[in-house]
Structure formats: C-alpha cells, structure tokens
Design a protein. Structure first.
Lengths: 145, 518
C-alpha cells in the first residue's frame, strides 16, 4: 500500500447537490486524497491541459482518477471522454463515468470512447458511499497504473 | 362513341376496290349505302336504267325510295332480301350489322333472272308515264344484266360473307377505338407524368400532364434534357435494364427542380421488335418531407424522453441521497449540517415541480393553440416591459422598444412568452455587465421581417448557438434556470411557422435573439 502518497480525484459534476454527496462520501474513504470539483466539461479540459483559469497549474500533474458525469453544460461528458482518450498525454488517466443515467446508449457510447468504467449513481446515500469506496480503492490502491 | 358511321370505322377505298373486282368477275352491280343518312359509300356497275331514268326523275324516284324502304324494313342480319322493284327490276339487300347496329346495306342489282322475259309493254308504259327518251330507255333496259338463279345464289353467298367481313373489320376498329379511349383516360387521369422514350433516349410519347409541365410537346427530343435539364445521359438512368426487359421501380431527386419522384419503368416491345421504355413518374416530395419530419420528430421524442428521464431522476437522487445523509448525521450526532441538507431536499423537490410544470407547458404548445389575432408588437413589447418593471428596476436594466413595430397575426400569449423569455435570459446572462441595455426591434431581411431582442450582456460563444435551444441544455450551472425556456421559445416560434436563432460574436459581446414569424 502506498498510504503515504496523496491522490487527486477530479470530479466533474454540474449538479452541486450530487457533487456534495460524492465529496462527503469520498471523505469517508480511508485513503489520503484531494477532490477537485469542476462543474462543466470545458473547465475539466482546461484543468487537464493547465490552461484558461488553470494556466498556473503544472500540466504534468494529472489527477489520478476522473469521476465524470455525462450531462454537463458547455461540453458533454462524452465529448470530454473522447478528447481525453484521444490525447496521448491524457489517455492513461482512468475515467470512471458516474451518472444518473442507466440508458444503454450512454453505456455503449461511453465504452466506445474508452471509458474505464461506467457507474450509475445509486439513490441510496449509504450505497453510494460503498460504491465510491470500492471505486477509489480499486483504482487508487489495487490497480497498477 | 355510339353514333359512329361505317365510314368512320373502316377505310372504304379498299372496300370500293374489292367491290370493283367483284363486279368485274360477276357482272353484278353492287352498292353499299349508309343506313343512317342514305349516302353512297361504295358503288360500281350501277345501271343506267336506274341512275339515268328511274332515279333521275323525281316522280319515278318516289317508287325507287319506296322499294328502298321495303328492303330496309325487311332486312335480317345474315340474310339476303330479294325484291322485285316497283320499276320491274330485281334488287337484293344484305345488311351490314356492326355491334348490333345496322350501319349500311349492300345492294346487289338491278338485274333480271335468266328465262324471265321482261315485260316490254310494262317498260314502254313507264317510259311514257315518266316522259323518258324511249329509244335510250329501251337501250338501257337491254343492258340490264341477266343471271341464272344459281349464279345469283352464289353471288349472295359470297356477299353474305362480304357483309360479315366488313362488319367484323368495323367491330375490330370499334374495339381499337374503345381501348384507345380507355388508354387515353388512364394516361390523362393519372396525376403523375408519363412518357415513353426509345433506346437512344428520344422521347416517343408524353402525357398531357408532362406536356403541360414541360411547356411544350417535346416528342423527338432527348429525355435527359427535357426531363432533368441535363446535357448527357442521367447518371441514374436505368435504360439498359429496362431495354433488357426488366421493370424497374426507383426514386430520384431531380436536379431540375429539387423535388423527389417515384418512377416505374416498364419495357415496351414494339411491333418492329425494337424496345422502348415507358416511365410513370409520381411526385413524392411531400411524402418524403413527411417521412423526414417523422424521423426528426421521432429523434426529438427519443432525446426528449432521454433528457426528461435524466433530469427528473437527478432531483430524486438528491432527495434520496440527502435523506440518507441526514439519517447518518443524526446517528453520528453531526447535527450542524442537517438544516442545510433539508434545504437541499426542499430545493430539489421544488426544482422537480418547476420542471414538471415546464414540461407540461412544453407539451401543451403543440396542442393548445390560441386563435391567431392581430397583435401590435410595440404594444405587446411595452406590456411586457411594464409587467417586468419591478425586476428590471431592481436589476438596473433598461429596455427600449422600437416605436413602429408592425402588427402581426399570431398567438398573442405565446409571443408574449417568447419576448418575456428573451428579456429574462438577458437578465440572467448579463455577465459582468452592470448597466444592462435591452432593445426590442425589427429589421428587414429581404421579404422577411426579423424581430430581435438585443442585449449588451455576457454574449454566447458561437459554438453554443444551436445547443442553447435544446431541451435542458444550459450554459452555466451557476445561473438559475432549468434549460426549458429556450426550447419553449423554439417550439412556439416553430408552431408559428417561423424560425428562431441567436447572434453573438462570443463572450462579452452581448447577444441578439432573433425570430421571424410566418
């Protein structure tokens, strides 16, 4: 275990209530991490490319995990996903789609754009907590990147 | 056609030649007389005694006419009527019956039977009675042919067949006439276009509809030029397949008028063995448009269902989620954020209510249409400004209205909603603008009147100009709203047969929302 290392999780979610639920549940995960919350697709790409309002960021410092909603203002989640997976520098970043949708077309389209995982937000708060714990542990602890 | 005559149905010059040959062989005078108007259709070998004496004298003609009437009234189809005329000569009548109508009569005679000595005194009396030149009359009498009974019988047998032959010929022509009329009715009754062209692309026939559409009868011209205004064979041409005997059904969009056509090509084998292509063409543009519209509607419905399910689910997750969070906080004694979380739940429930209201409103637009009325757009715009005066003042926003906007026919309440939406949008997306200026005006684009609502607010990046009219699409999650407003506007304008769009050079440059009404 690399407990000493601190991870960055980028959460792209336009619904502030949903973001709050995710963040609260992530706080419970016993793995040192920071959550960066952004509300739209353009901002997410600006962050990853360290440009626009994130131009003072070090571009080489990529988040360790991206939790991505699909219906986002300005640039949709699917578009963000496509741009990340089409970019040599960003491709390895694990992108977990976290959405209210369970539509088959969304699942298919997300995987067609090389999403690493597709999760539908459970309505139950505790269940969401368990899901996020599993996800974070899987990608940030067990999985070798 | 029910009052045809024999001369309209067949070529009588051929019959005349046959009759002449018949006279040469048999010596029997023959005539074919129209049964309706009494005109002579065919005649050969007629005797002077008739033409120069009996029928030339008005008094003796009377008796001739009586004889004719007798024969006429005693005619039976397929039979010969023999009659000794009032002037003492033999006459035979055979009817020509075409499709049950007695059209003409073959007359044979006049003549004497062999062994039957003409009563010379009778003829002398007639010469006296009618004042004929005696010597010429008697000479004419001597020229009257004489036949044995057997010969007459065989001539009758031949002429019975001849009458039947003429009748059948006429009937066939009558059939041709009917089928031609039927064919013509089918061609002219068809709302589409019909033409026939040869293997080398020359038009051989055009229906009346096609002549009308083309503006001329273009028989003999090249089909690709006449039909599609092309200078060489149409790239989609199916001539080869049709000439090889195949019936081809296909669709094409003509470059000449941009309309869609359904075409059925049937091969025609001509009498000389050559092939032609028949084309029946139906304009299916409207059907195509409806198909496209239906597809668009289906896509719209699909995306509507998708977005609705997503956006309705979203507040439910918030409600359910924070209910769970509160439960947990109570258990763990974290009471500090319970109030905040309850607010989140209430807001989510409110949001859902508004969403449902808006959706209901959206669905009503297509169904509930208020009757169109004449609306003075300046008055309408001013009314909205008055309605919104409190909020405009509070937001430090100025709205100016062009004073001479036209009066248009529209659903007043809906258009009011549209303008109000634009103003509210301008207020919400004012960006950093502290002195918001909104102007409602009109500009002419050709024949089109374009109303616009211009602001000096945040502006919209051109890449989002389409996106913002989509249901639930929003540019800034920080700005209140649920992404229904502009879809509502779009539907209202489209219900009016108009279009709506936004013009903006990008962020910080203000936006102009434009719409036209049909």
């Amino acid at each position: 275990m690399t407990n000493k290392k601190s991870f960055t999780i980028l959460l792209v979610e336009d619904n502030i209530d949903h973001a709050e639920m995710v963040i609260r549940n992530l706080e419970e995960v016993p793995l040192s991490h920071t959550v960066v919350h952004l509300e739209d697709g353009e901002a997410a790409l600006d962050y990853l490319h360290a440009r626009g309002s994130f131009s003072d960021r070090e571009p080489a410092e990529l988040p360790h995990l991206l939790l991505l909603d699909l219906r986002l203002p300005r640039l949709s989640g699917l578009e963000v996903l496509a741009r990340i997976k089409g970019d040599d520098r960003l491709r390895a970043l694990p992108v977990v789609v976290l959405t209210t949708s369970d539509a088959e077309t969304d699942v298919a389209q997300a995987y067609a754009r090389y999403a690493n995982s597709f999760l539908t937000k459970p309505a139950d708060f505790a269940e969401l907590g368990r899901m996020l714990k599993d996800v974070v542990f899987y990608w940030l602890n067990w999985n070798r990147l | 056609m029910d009052n045809y005559t024999l001369s309209e149905l067949i070529d009588l010059s051929t019959i005349q030649k046959l009759a002449e040959a018949h006279y040469q062989i048999s010596g029997m005078p023959i005539g074919i007389i129209d049964a309706i108007d009494g005109s002579v259709l065919v005649g050969v070998g007629w005797q002077d005694i008739c033409t120069k004496f009996h029928r030339a004298n008005p008094s003796s003609l009377k008796a001739c006419n009586e004889s004719d009437d007798y024969i006429k009234s005693h005619l039976v189809e397929g039979e010969a009527c023999r009659y000794l005329c009032k002037h003492g000569l033999w006459d035979i009548g055979l009817p020509i019956v075409v499709a049950k109508r007695h059209l003409a009569t073959i007359f044979l005679g006049q003549f004497f039977y062999e062994g039957e000595t003409p009563d010379r005194d009778f003829f002398l009396r007639q010469a006296q009675q009618y004042g004929y030149d005696l010597s010429e009359y008697l000479a004419a009498l001597d020229r009257v042919p004489v036949f044995t009974e057997e010969k007459v019988d065989s001539i009758i047998t031949y002429n019975k067949s001849f009458a039947k032959f003429i009748a059948e010929l006429a009937e066939r022509s009558l059939d041709d006439f009917s089928s031609k009329a039927r064919y013509q009715a089918i061609v002219e009754g068809f709302d589409g276009l019909i033409y026939i062209c040869s293997k080398d692309y020359r038009i051989e026939f055009m229906s009346g509809q096609l002549v009308k559409r083309t503006g001329r009868n273009a028989v003999g011209e090249m089909c690709y030029k006449v039909l599609h205004d092309l200078d060489s064979i149409c790239p989609w041409c199916v001539n080869d397949r049709v000439m090889a005997g195949e019936t081809v059904r296909w669709e094409v969009q003509s470059p000449k008028d941009g309309r869609w056509y359904y075409v059925v090509n049937v091969p025609i084998r001509n009498a000389d063995g050559s092939m032609s292509k028949q084309a029946m063409v139906m304009d299916i543009t409207e059907r195509k448009q409806m198909e496209t519209e239906l597809q668009d509607k289906n896509r719209e419905l699909e995306s509507f269902t998708y977005t609705v399910s997503h956006d309705l689910k979203s507040p439910l997750i918030t409600i359910r989620g924070f209910a769970g969070a509160i439960k947990k906080d109570i258990m763990t004694g974290r009471n500090d954020r319970i109030d905040e979380d309850l607010n989140r739940i209430c807001n989510a429930a409110d949001k859902m209510m508004t969403l449902l209201d808006n959706l209901l409103q959206l669905s009503r637009i297509g169904r509930v249409i208020n009757p169109a009325e004449l609306v003075d757009m300046t008055d309408l715009a001013k009314e909205i400004v008055a309605n919104l005066s409190t909020i405009l003042q509070a937001e430090n926003a100025q709205v100016s209205v062009q004073s001479d906007l036209p009066t248009v026919s529209c659903d007043r309440l809906r258009i009011l909603e549209v303008l109000q939406n634009f103003i509210e949008n301008a207020l919400q997306y004012r960006g950093q603008q502290s002195e918001l200026q909104i102007h409602i005006g009109l500009r002419e684009e050709g024949a089109k009147q374009v109303f616009f609502v211009r602001d000096n607010g945040a502006g919209i990046d051109p890449k989002y100009h389409q996106h913002i009219f989509g249901l639930f699409n929003r540019l800034n999650p920080q700005v209140p709203g649920n992404g229904v407003g502009l879809s509502l506007v779009k539907r209202i304008i489209e219900e009016h047969g108009g279009s709506v769009w936004v013009e903006s050079a990008g962020e910080g440059t203000g936006s102009t929302f434009c719409f036209s009404l049909n």
